[in-house]
Design a protein around this ligand. Structure first.
Ligand code: ZN
Length: 294
């Protein structure tokens, strides 16, 4: 009996990895907000690699050679999915079969909305801007990582539970922050905020463009100018990578103030906090501009 026990113990020692749980899997994530959620789930285990460099729009992007190599070596790839990151469709198709590819737009429990009226068909891909969706994605991320890397399964689960509680707290804070500006009309540059507006019952009266990578037509500009005046928009929100000249044309002869919204969290350092910073900054930018213009 003792001998058998010792033999088993010795065998276990031989196969035991040097570090508790062993090496983390190589994980690649497509955009900053999803990277933040994955980083939160992987805390204390490893760091995911962020594909889309901060500042670039996922709507119009090519893959850099260094990123292509990272992708080829990945054990797990988290991306949002084709409606947002068309540039990844082909590279993902050619990955080795062992790679686990997870389109988070397919996460269980996700609330999906169509794009704003008259702005295309299908699904609005900016799903992370509703904390309820972020929570659903955290669940999907933890389940995937635990399946691929069972030795760290308990760590992933514990991290996910903590992250979800933190996101619930964020959601409550944002609701409080935005309560004062709920009925104040505004226009956004790119149709990215449907989920945020739906969650916090905001009064957006339109978006200038569906795709920030494409030029805006003169007719569209005229249409938005009309809406700005008719709807009495208090603010027009641009984005960090957006051309300021067009905003000037839009707001000329109107009383609207100009604010900046950043749906990707470009200014944040990559990591779990980036999601919280992105969401809080969105809420405070909206609130500051609308309250000042009221
Ligand atoms: Zn977008």
């Amino acid at each position: 009996m003792h001998m058998l026990f010792l033999a088993i113990a010795a065998a276990m020692l031989l196969v035991a990895p040097a570090r508790a749980g062993g090496e983390p899997p190589s994980v690649v994530v497509s955009i900053p907000p999803l990277h933040a959620l994955v980083a939160g789930v992987m805390e204390g285990v490893g760091q995911p690699y962020l594909l889309v460099p901060a500042g670039a729009s996922p709507h119009a992007l090519g893959l850099r050679p260094a990123d292509a190599r990272r992708l080829e070596l990945a054990r797990v790839v988290f991306w949002l999915g084709e409606p947002l990151e068309a540039f990844l469709v082909r590279p993902l198709r050619t990955l080795p079969r062992e790679a686990e590819i997870v389109a988070l737009i397919e996460a269980e429990g996700l609330i999906l909305l169509p794009p704003r009226d008259g702005m295309g068909s299908g699904i609005d891909p900016h799903v992370w801007l509703d904390p309820v969706n972020a929570i659903a994605m955290v669940g999907a991320i933890a389940r995937t990582l635990s399946r691929v890397d069972p030795p760290h399964g308990r760590r992933y689960d514990a991290n996910a539970t903590r992250l979800i509680a933190r996101i619930e707290g964020l959601d409550r804070n944002l609701a409080t922050l935005l309560a004062a500006v709920r009925r104040l009309p505004y226009v956004v540059f790119h149709d990215a905020y449907g989920y945020f507006e739906n969650r916090y019952e905001l009064a957006s009266i339109g978006a200038v463009t569906l795709d920030p990578g494409r030029a805006v037509s003169a007719r569209r500009v005229a249409d938005i100018r009309q809406r700005l005046r008719d709807g009495g928009a208090l603010c027009v929100f641009t984005e960090p990578q957006f051309e300021p000249r067009l905003i000037a044309t839009l707001t000329e002869d109107t009383a609207a103030r100009v604010g900046v919204l950043d749906p990707l969290g470009i200014g944040s350092r990559p990591g779990a906090d980036a999601y919280f910073e992105l969401m809080t900054r969105l809420a405070t930018s909206l609130r500051d501009c609308l309250l000042a213009a009221r």
